[in-house]
Write a protein that binds this ligand. Structure first.
Ligand code: NAD
Ligand code: WQD
Length: 343
């Protein structure tokens, strides 16, 4: 079994493609499996252009038992990073079974194959959404999870529990759940980035599409929250910093430095940023004006959530490094690349 090979499920997607780049840069061989349900092959070309290495790509659905069995039989990776999932909160409310089937089905499939093919390490994409509307901020990994407010959020809570139980039951298995806060930005090369389909749900793609003229006006959802400027507070984590956290999590398990067989880490900056701060930061970083208006609150939004990153800093030896200004520049550079806009 090769401890330098990693299977990256959902590796053609936003976080997966950036992680593939950092894994390759760190000397890992990457095998990507993706069904391209929310991505396309251009991200694979981007990974190759940045690293000079074309990762092995298998187009398959992680819920497809036979296809995944073939993949495990043919490739001797010791570790898996499991990104493949659906992630649209609103859609998950309208179509919960689609989310339970894909997000839970794919994880169960992967874990069962890891058990049978004796693969050792898995990193799972969890989310700050598991904290819900936390009573005490910032949240640590020991902060109690709140009942999920969407089927999507519920899949993340359930998946963490499924992973914990599987690791406890299977002697050779180690797992790390990374709870991402709000990933934003793009690779500094502007060759890979986020490719939302349709109208973006998330703030930064909405900002960049408004700046590009694709959307007319950004709505700021609420200016009457109990925060310093009335808008919500989030912990916006640069995508390359987030990708690096996966490499150190894999290194930790490959080198046997994990203290427990199952561990959880917050991956954020530890700094709360308001919607207004982010919007003005984007304008300043890119020297442009954004068309925006204040709109009513969005249902389901929590007032504030940001990470206590002590555990990741001390245990993983990881911290967020990229300045917010640089991240916001990279987000705009990527939008310009996608839309063929001269900056
Ligand atoms: P993304 O949609 O860009 O990437 C997910 C990739 O998985 C896509 O390429 C999609 O085609 C693929 N995929 C989905 N279901 C699949 C299946 N059954 N088989 C094979 N491929 C499949 O999303 P992302 O932002 O890169 O998110 C990656 C992971 O991180 C997800 O699990 C998501 O829930 C989690 N996460 C994302 C955020 C965020 O804000 N982006 C925050 C917290 C957690
Ligand atoms: C950020 C802030 C909005 C759009 C979501 C998921 C979470 C995680 C990350 C996967 C909020 C405000 C937004 C807009 C706005 N994903 N906003 N105008 O909601 O913190 O988290 O993505 O796990 O689970 O819920 O991120 O980018 O949607 O919003 O004012 O057009 O921007 O109200 O305060 P969120 P977001």
């Amino acid at each position: 079994m090769s401890n330098r090979k990693v299977l990256v499920t959902g590796g053609a997607g936003y976080i997966g493609s950036h992680t593939a780049v950092e894994l390759i840069n760190a000397g890992y061989e990457v095998i990507i499996v993706d069904n391209l349900s929310n991505s396309d092959r251009s991200s694979l070309a981007g990974i190759a252009a940045i690293t000079g290495v074309t990762p092995t790509f298998v187009e398959a659905d992680c819920c497809d038992r036979e296809a995944m069995e073939r993949l495990f039989a043919e490739h001797d990776f010791q570790s898996v990073i499991h990104f493949a999932a659906f992630k649209a909160v609103g859609e998950s409310v309208a179509e919960p079974l689609k989310y339970y089937q894909n997000n839970i089905g794919s994880l169960v499939n992967i874990l069962d194959l890891m058990r049978r093919y004796e693969r050792r390490n898995i990193v799972f994409s969890s989310s700050a959404t598991v904290y819900g509307d936390a009573d005490v901020l910032p949240v640590t990994e020991r902060t109690p999870r709140k009942p999920a407010t969407s089927p999507y959020g519920n899949t993340k809570q359930m998946a963490e529990d499924i992973l914990r139980d599987s690791v406890a039951a299977v002697e050779h298995l180690n797992g790390i759940a990374l709870r991402y806060f709000n990933p934003i930005g793009a690779h500094p090369s502007a060759l890979i980035g986020e490719l939302p389909r349709g109208v973006p749900n998330n703030l930064v793609p909405y900002i960049t599409q408004t700046a590009a003229g694709v959307r007319e006006c950004l709505s700021i959802f609420g200016d009457d929250y109990p925060t310093p400027d009335g808008s919500c507070l989030r912990d916006y984590i640069d995508i390359v910093d987030l990708a690096r956290a996966h490499v150190v999590a894999i290194d930790r398990m490959v080198e046997g430095r994990n203290k427990e067989a199952f561990e959880i880490f917050n991956v954020g900056t530890g700094r709360p940023v308001s919607v207004f701060e982010l919007v003005h930061g984007f304008e300043e970083a890119n020297n442009l004006k954004l068309n925006y208006k204040v709109a009513p609150r969005r249902a389901g939004d929590v007032t504030a959530v940001w990470a206590d990153t002590t555990l990741a800093n001390e245990e993983l030896g990881w911290r967020a490094e990229r300045e917010l200004t640089d991240t916001l520049r990279s987000a705009w550079a990527w939008e310009c690349h996608v839309r063929n806009i001269k900056q």
